[in-house]
Design a protein around this ligand. Structure first.
Ligand code: PHB
Length: 407
């Protein structure tokens, strides 16, 4: 064997060995996959079960709430602490507690949602509250406004309003501004009873007198006979609460047709009557109407300008109303919880985070009361005015930091 052959053979052997070991290692690696528990888990989305009214006479409630939530995601992104937010949207079809309950059961057990949210109407929220308690899952109420809802489960937090909260300022304002005799008309269900009781209490405490009060059915009320009775009683003003939307339009029409305004009867109400969503459909008869509420599209703040612009993009050019703001702020609250818990969601820790939470809402500053999990906020006195060609609720006085007086 020549010296050159030895060098060549050694070189071949070395290369062969190197190739073998690289190949061997790869083969070995391919055979030995790490045990499943050692692999990084796929990041699960945060699931939010949105239960609201998407069909029937209250169909706008669900759409406004959902659009408000999507506006938040559009402006602030849909991923928090590495987890994408997924909305699973379900229709109660109207005030239907049994349907709402079944939807919540399915969302909790089959879809395994992390949060329940939505709830335009009180009866639907009341039916679901006990389920949030059983499942220990946070339930974010984005409109439903009977005072009692938050007492039905320690896992409920409300970002909208309560009827007592927006009604008491109306009673105080009316008494201070020379109205002495009022007839009360409310929808015959929990929020209406709240409004009736609180108005009576606050108005008489401020020196006013209640002429009488009447309740109208929640579904398809026929206003004419009630309005005739009110006209005959000759009050100085009528105070009303009706759930926002079509009913307000029908009420205003009947109020004018029965000649109450002509007879000098004033109309005062919670802002549900002059809801931004239907104000233009109600038209000029609303000019000058005084209401109290927590949100007006006319609210002058940078947060509201940004919100309105993004909402119009999400909704195809619509004006946001108070339910849209409820959806937006509810989504903001959920995003805060996900961030603060670094994506590791737990019902009790989520509630601890929600208690005392402060947000810069398009309506102004809001806080979740740590004791009641209900919202604390400014209530505005507003007057319907024309801004350019459009009707708006222009805010001209405010009651800051109002807690729910119903508790
Ligand atoms: C409610 O059912 O709690 C409710 C619905 C519509 C409103 C306000 C409250 O405008």
């Amino acid at each position: 064997m020549t010296r050159r052959n030895v060098v060549r053979d050694t070189l071949f052997a070395t290369i062969a060995l190197a190739l073998l070991s690289v190949f061997g290692l790869c083969a070995c690696n391919a055979k030995k996959a790490p045990p499943p528990e050692a692999r990084a888990p796929a990041v699960q989305p945060v699931k939010i079960g949105v239960i609201a009214e998407f069909s029937g006479p209250f169909a706008d409630y669900g759409k406004n709430i959902e659009n408000g939530m999507r506006t938040y995601l559009k402006l602030h992104g849909d991923t928090y602490a590495g987890r994408k937010v997924e909305l699973i949207v379900r229709d109660t079809t109207g005030p239907a507690p049994d349907v709402a309950k079944r939807l919540a059961q399915e969302l909790l057990t089959r879809d395994k949602v992390d949060f329940l949210a939505g709830f335009g109407l009180t009866p639907n929220a009341m039916a679901v509250a006990p389920l949030s308690s059983e499942a220990k899952k946070p339930m974010i109420v984005m409109n439903a406004a009977a005072s009692t809802i938050t007492t039905k489960s320690p896992y409920v937090a409300r970002v909208s309003m309560t009827l007592p909260q927006v009604t008491a300022p109306m009673a105080e304002w009316a008494a201070k501004n020379g109205i002495k005799k009022v007839y009360v008309l409310v929808a015959d269900y929990a929020p209406g009873l709240d409004a009736q009781d609180v108005f009576k209490k606050a108005f008489t405490a401020a020196g006013g007198q209640i002429v009488d009060s009447v309740r109208v059915p929640l579904r398809n009320p026929e206003f004419a006979p009630f309005l005739q009775r009110i006209k005959d009683a000759k009050p100085e003003a009528v105070f009303i609460f009706l759930p926002a939307g079509e009913q307000g339009i029908a009420f205003m029409k009947a109020f004018n047709e029965r000649g109450l305004a002509k007879a000098g009867v004033k109309l005062i109400a919670t802002g549900d009557l002059t809801d931004d969503h239907v104000l233009s459909a109600m038209g000029d008869p609303t000019l000058g109407l005084i209401t109290t509420h927590h949100y007006s599209a006319a609210h002058d703040s940078p947060e509201n300008k940004e919100f309105i612009k993004a909402y119009q993009e999400v909704s195809g050019g619509k004006r946001p109303n108070f339910m849209a703001v409820g959806g937006y702020d509810g989504m903001a609250a959920i995003a805060e919880v996900i961030k603060k818990l670094d994506g590791k969601l737990d019902g009790d820790k989520a509630m601890a985070t929600l208690k005392g939470l402060k947000l810069a809402s398009p309506r102004g500053p809001i806080t979740i009361d740590p004791e009641t999990r209900d919202i604390v906020q400014t209530v505005y006195v507003r007057r319907v005015q024309k801004v350019g060609d459009e009707l708006y609720n222009s805010e001209f006085e405010q009651f800051p930091n109002v807690k729910d007086p119903g508790k």
